[in-house]
Design a protein around this ligand. Structure first.
Ligand code: GLA
Length: 789
């Protein structure tokens, strides 16, 4: 709901649990009064006004008519440079007379019962308002009185999600071209700085690492100059009170619907106020805005939680599911896939792929994904990107392969990397000008390839034609859309001199235009975004593609950190997670196949190893994993996700998904290393229903006998040699189940005292009441309400 107090010119944006209040100051500036827990609406919020009654020394007084008004301490909605606010501005414009002072003041406002979509950029959709007459969106128009430019500030409230969205559109209503040097999306000024900053940083095969630090005076700035949102810094920020934990304390979360160069900053001012801003990176950015044109900034979504980080994340997860991904994928059971990349890399032919597909069908897998190497003469990384004809190694091409795979009863998916061009390709020979590079400079390569010019409409048309043809002829159900190099040598042969400064943004606009066209033409295709793993995991891409390949790192322990961090903003249904080979191709670690599954199960499950080479033991384990996943798919993909214990700070990681009515949950429990003589464990589960009684049982999973070495002789009537033929035979064939665990407890005890887990293995003794977890060991516990007698 959005309220407007006309007398005091106040705007109150209210969600189920939060309030965001702004007003027009006496000077005409739009200022913030409050953001936090929900306030009851009242006719006058002037008691929230800042009480600054003394003249501050060394400040700039905005205007002699307001003796005490300085912009330096006001909580500004649209701060600019030039009138006395010395914090970083939201906007920085240069006019034809070379002046750079801007000053936007209130012109008018409009309450809206429907949220307008943004033009050319992805935006949250708001189809679900119960009461059609209830305002859920707001447009406030500010005006620069001297230069006659308008700034349209758009807002929307998502009541259930407890999210407020904002963005800004600059409209040149004047008669001169304006140069935009910076146009960020949104600014939030908080009155204090007693906060800690949480953000996600990383790199290839090490995405979404959680960092937390106290704020201090000055500016903390994260960004991307890579052309993609990047794994270095996800476009996400959280400000949390120092005592904020997963389940208690205050925090604010911010996310940006944008997939290119971004910047996110937190500034603590000399007056201990905190300014948060997000938007397109202003580094290496400029945009000529001609009269009668507008410039739209990407949307920011922000949420407030009074109950810790889990609530913040769950609010974002809800938003992603209900208001960001396309409605046909909301609650859609995401198929279990097999992907041939780590099984074959480039070395495959139709026969090999068919044997993988047949085995996949037997195991219960639903979707076969053909990865890189099916086109042009691409038999390694060095060629053919941009060409879309079939590679000779596939007899009858992808059409025939798709037909054969579908006749097995599997869906067919395909890998593409449309934003790239190889120098060794037919398309490059025809259109060298489509590559991103400067004619006078030898271009630097990334993975031997160049970027294709997504700012050129001709390129977008070419890609649309090629891809539409491919998707149709191969009858594709799923597409993995990859992007494997970052920007360098940026220069477009298509853009004019004036337009080059906006290249990085124009690239993203071109990408979005193509995605919009393709997803409209092929609404039934499930698209998965990928950029060497999670190098472009953001809310912008999720608007077109409801899932993302979380990381090229499929090692189970590494994935704990990556999926834990990613869950800060993105729900399990947005994360794809695969079981891959042992040892891991990324870190050469040996982890049990059950742990690889137990981690991957909390996402969109897939298998990415040569399943034609499985041992009997692995085949059996995988068959059961898939059956378990199918049975609990709804809960695993769409249940409410709770982080319980962090892999960044603990040896044991725990997380849980809970059904809406709290009658069922799945708890993931993971251990990095086995400790000697370990402590008793009694993790608290405060998210369950306090009054319900629950039965808690472990998923029945297998243990590899090899783990026990010669200790196996303690429980066998005969003596066998460690790693001898019999030992190996037994290990590969004999399915030894972990000891069953069963606990029956009330929700209040689980919340206040915890789940008293059986003791872990402690030197030689193995009884039915002992949990053997081991190094990189894990369990999934099924928690089910006991029906009342
Ligand atoms: C990237 C992706 C991988 C795989 C390869 C294929 O690295 O992240 O999953 O598709 O490209 O070249």
């Amino acid at each position: 709901m959005i309220y407007y107090n006309s007398k005091t010119q106040e705007f109150h944006l209210q969600t189920n649990d939060s309030s965001y209040i702004m007003k027009v100051a006496e000077s005409g500036h739009l200022i913030q009064l409050y953001y936090g827990a929900k306030l009851t609406h009242r006719e006058d919020f002037s008691s929230l006004d800042q009480r600054l009654n003394t003249k501050l020394g060394s400040t700039t007084i905005y205007n002699p008519s307001y003796e005490r008004l300085t912009l330096e301490t006001l909580k500004l909605e649209a701060p600019c440079y030039g009138k006395g606010d010395y914090r970083d501005p939201l906007l920085h414009l240069k006019y034809t007379d070379a002046s750079r002072t801007s000053d936007f003041v209130f012109k008018n406002a409009q309450l809206l019962c429907e949220k307008p979509a943004l033009i050319d950029l992805p935006s949250t959709n708001h189809h679900t308002t119960q009461d059609k007459d209830e305002p859920i969106a707001l447009r406030i128009i500010l005006q620069e009185p001297v230069k006659n430019i308008e700034l349209h500030l758009n807002y929307a409230v998502f009541e259930q999600a407890n999210v407020i969205s904002k963005n800004a559109i600059l409209v040149n209503t004047g008669s001169e071209t304006v140069q935009i040097q910076r146009a960020l999306s949104a600014c939030l000024d908080l009155s204090h700085n007693n906060l800690e900053l949480i953000h996600l940083h990383g790199k290839w095969i090490r995405e979404a690492q959680v960092a937390r630090q106290a704020l201090s005076p000055g500016i903390f700035h994260i960004d991307s100059k890579k052309g993609v949102s990047s794994a270095n810094h996800n476009p996400f920020l959280c400000l949390a009170s120092p005592d904020c934990s997963e389940s208690s304390g205050e925090c604010y979360g911010f996310g940006l619907l944008y997939s290119g160069n971004h910047q996110c900053s937190v500034e603590v001012s000399p007056y201990d106020q905190t300014r948060v801003m997000l938007g397109i990176n202003s580094f290496d950015f400029s945009w000529e805005l001609a009269p009668n044109n507008s410039f739209t900034t990407p949307e920011v979504v922000m949420t407030y939680s009074a109950n810790g980080l889990n609530t913040m994340s769950q609010q974002f997860h809800y938003l992603v599911q209900k208001h960001i991904i396309a409605p046909q994928w909301n609650n859609y059971p995401r198929p279990i896939q097999v992907n041939n990349w780590e099984a074959t890399y480039f070395d495959f032919n139709s026969k090999k792929l068919m044997s993988i597909a047949k085995q996949a069908k037997k195991l219960g897998i639903e979707l076969f994904v053909l990865d890189d190497g099916w086109f042009g003469h691409r038999d390694d990384e060095t060629s053919s990107l941009g060409d879309y004809f079939d590679n000779k190694k596939l007899r009858g091409g992808v059409n025939r392969l798709s037909k054969k795979i579908k006749s097995l009863g599997l869906q067919f998916g395909i890998w593409v990397e449309p934003e790239m061009i190889s120098i060794d390709s037919k398309v490059y020979k025809q259109h060298p000008e489509w590559a991103i590079k400067h004619a006078d400079r030898e271009a630097s390569l990334g993975r031997h390839q160049l970027l294709i010019d997504m700012s050129n409409p001709e390129v977008i048309d070419y890609l649309f034609t090629q891809l539409s043809h491919l998707f149709t002829r191969a009858n594709v159900d799923y597409v993995k859309w990859d992007h494997n190099r970052n920007f360098s040598d940026i220069y477009s042969s298509y853009l004019s001199h004036e337009e080059q400064g906006g290249f990085a943004h124009r690239y993203v606009l071109g990408l979005y235009r193509l995605l919009e066209k393709l997803t409209t033409a092929f609404p039934h295709i499930l698209f998965e975004s990928c950029s060497s793993g999670g190098n472009r995991f953001d809310l912008g891409m999720l608007s077109y593609m409801p899932q993302t390949w979380t990381s090229d790192n499929t090692d189970a322990l590494e994935r704990l950190n990556i999926q834990y961090g990613t869950s800060m903003l993105y729900p399990p249904s947005a994360m794809s997670a695969h079981v891959s080979a042992k040892p891991s191709h990324q870190v050469l670690r040996h982890t049990p196949i059950e742990t690889r599954f137990n981690v991957a199960a909390f996402g969109n499950l897939g298998y990415q190893l040569d399943i034609t080479q499985l041992t009997h033991y692995e085949r059996k384990a995988i068959t059961q994993q898939i059956a378990f996943y199918k049975k609990h798919r709804q809960l695993l993909q769409y249940g409410t996700f709770y982080r319980i214990q962090s892999p960044f700070t603990h040896n044991q990681t725990m997380w849980l998904v809970l059904s809406e009515d709290k009658s069922e949950a799945l708890l993931g429990y993971y251990q990095k290393i086995q400790q000697s003589n370990p402590s008793l464990e009694c993790p608290r589960l405060p998210m369950l229903d306090l009054r319900k009684e629950y039965l808690i049982q472990n998923r029945s999973q297998y243990l590899n006998l090899r783990n026990f070495g010669s200790l196996i002789n303690e429980s066998l009537p005969i003596r066998i040699k460690d790693r001898g033929i019999i030992h190996t035979l037994l290990a590969n064939r004999y399915m030894h189940c972990v000891a069953d665990e069963e606990y029956r407890l009330y929700g209040d005890q689980l919340a206040y005292n915890g789940l008293p887990l059986n003791t872990q293995f402690t030197a030689t003794e193995m009884t039915d009441n002992i949990r053997y977890i081991g190094d990189a060991g894990s369990r999934i516990y099924h928690i089910q309400q006991v029906p009342k007698a």
